[in-house]
Every structure is written in structure tokens, then in C-alpha cells.
Ligand binder design. Sequence first.
Ligand code: NAX
Length: 326
Amino acid sequence: TKPAVRVAVTGAAGQICYSLLFRIANGDLFGKDQPVILQLLDLPQAQGAVKGVVMEIEDCAFPNFAGVVITDDPKVAFKDIDAAILVGARPRSKGMERADLLSANAEIFKVQGKALNEVAKRDVKVLVVGNPANTNAYITAKSAPDLPARNITAMLRLDHNRALSQFAAKAGIASKDIEKVAVWGNHSPTMYADYRFATANGKALPGLINDETWYRETLLPTVGKRGAAIIEARGLSSAASAANAAIDHMHDWIHGTAGKWVSMGVASDGSYGVPEGIVFGVPAICTAGEYEVVKGLPMDDFSQSMLDKTLKELLEERDGVAALLG
Ligand code: NAX
């Protein structure tokens, strides 16, 4: 058998991880023939709950589950890891201002970035899920100067999958038949689910849907506010769908997308007018272990205004944490 890969997952006692950890241990991320060691991080008061989740993982007797580390120390959790999914974050509590939320999370991701920098494998692949995901990834990358910034990414895949499924329902086709959807910008209601280049079975998706009013007035707000709609309906935020998107993101990055576009939050190289280093949702094509941003797509006035809006929000978030980064 192959040597085991080590994956760190933070927020291990939380609701996303209650789905995510089982999917990873089951081989959905690295493949059914790849042994996996889970290195689980959560706060001191959550250690008992993490142990309980691990008892359940053990009780699944997954063939490729090869071991587990349970800790509240990022340097133990990130030791020699091949991949990390950073889910744990400080949620907004009652009366908490947006600025307080930003700085509480900036502190967490600064500490975790430094720990990754010290002890993770040099080619570790990192996905930040915990919100504000893009800015948390930005802070992680800035705090891990010895790791390649392109390996520290943020999750836009849930927005991407949400858009795919809404488009498919409207057009009366299967989501798997839709290609070239791009979700730009911040993982927040300002993100822009762009269907201008999308095709379904070789036909242009906008033509197939043929309802620009629906696209602008229904699709965009539906995808933007989907997280809030799920909280309203379920009384809890999206968890299994978020875990699924995290699996999709990492799986595709590791195994490739065979030419298909996916949406990933990645450190900008300056393209599309996004300042270098800002973690921005873009369309990307993955080949095993690597991704390439789809470059040179034309912008019309509407799209440019949507990009400007989501970028403005990200620049404000960056400015909000600048003092903490020093
Ligand atoms: P939960 O509150 O159920 O779990 C969070 C867990 O993280 C808890 O066990 C907590 O103890 C732990 N934690 C807190 N601070 C930590 C730290 N410094 N180190 C390690 N662990 C820490 O939240 P859950 O529903 O699992 O959501 C987790 C995060 O994902 C939230 O920030 C949420 O906003 C974010 N989401 C991001 C999405 C995305 O598309 N990027 C979608 C889903 C989700 O809303």
C-alpha cells in the first residue's frame, strides 16, 4: 500500500466537520486506495467532543483510515501535513461588530499561518473554509511567508455548486452537463456568479435560459443569500453542503478537472485588476496537484461593476486587518 497522507482539519468538533471528516476518512478526497491520517485541531474545551467524533470514525472501520492526532496545538496538528482544511473560526456572536469579527479571526489565522510556516510540508495545500474565508486565507498566506502563496486558497466552491444547481433547474438539464461557470470575488453576498461563458452540452447557457432578468434579479440574489436561506429553514448554517464543497475543491486540485472550470479563491497575480495577494474567487482549471487561473476573459460593464463591488469589500477587509499583520 501507498504511504499515508496527513491532512489537518480544524474546527473538528463543529458541524461542518461532522460531515467532512467522514468523507475524508472514506477516501472521497484523496482516493479509495490512499491511506489517510487525520490531524484534528479544536479549542481546549472541544477536545472531548473531538474524541467522540473520532470514536464514530473508528466505528465506520473505513479501509483507508490510517490514524488520528487530536490536539489543541496548531504546531502538533500541522506537523508534516500534506493538506489542511481550516474550518474552525470564531462565529459572529450577538452584538459583535463586523470589525470585531474580522480581528478575532485575523488573530486565529495569524497563529495558524505561523504554525503552518514552521511545521507543515513545504508543498502543503491549504483550503480556508472558516469565514471571512477570503480574508482569513489572505492572513494565513501573509503569516506563512516560507510557503508558496498560491497553495493557500479559500472556498468559493459552495457558491459555484449552488449556482450550477440553480442554472440546471432553470434550464431543465443536469448540473454535470454545465461547464464554464465562474464565481468571482469574495465568499459573501457580493460574489458574482458569472454565466456569460457557460455552456451546456456545447450550447451557450445564457441562450438556453434566455431570461436575463431572471439571471440578474433572481439567480444572483438567490446564490448570494443561499447561506442565509438555509439558516432560516434549518435553524443552522449549511454544513453537509459546505463539507461537500470542501471535498470537491481539494479533490479537484489534487486530481485535476480534465479541462473543466471550477471556482477557487486564490491569491491574485494582478490579473483582472485585482491587487496582487488579495484572495479572490476566479475560474481555474486544475491538473493533478496544480491549478491555472483562466485568464483574459472579457468584462462588460455589468460584470466589471460586479467585480468592482466584491473587490471593494475585500479591500476593506484587508484594511481592517492591516494593523494586526504589522
Ligand atoms: P461550528 O461552530 O459548528 O464549528 C466551529 C468549530 O471550530 C468549533 O468546534 C470551535 O470550537 C472550533 N474553533 C473555533 N476557533 C478555533 C480555533 N482557533 N482553532 C481550532 N478550532 C476552532 O461551525 P461550522 O458550522 O462547522 O462552520 C465553520 C466555519 O465555516 C464558520 O466560520 C462558517 O462561517 C464557515 N462557512 C464557510 C463556508 C464557505 O463557503 N466558505 C460555507 C459554510 C460555513 O458557513
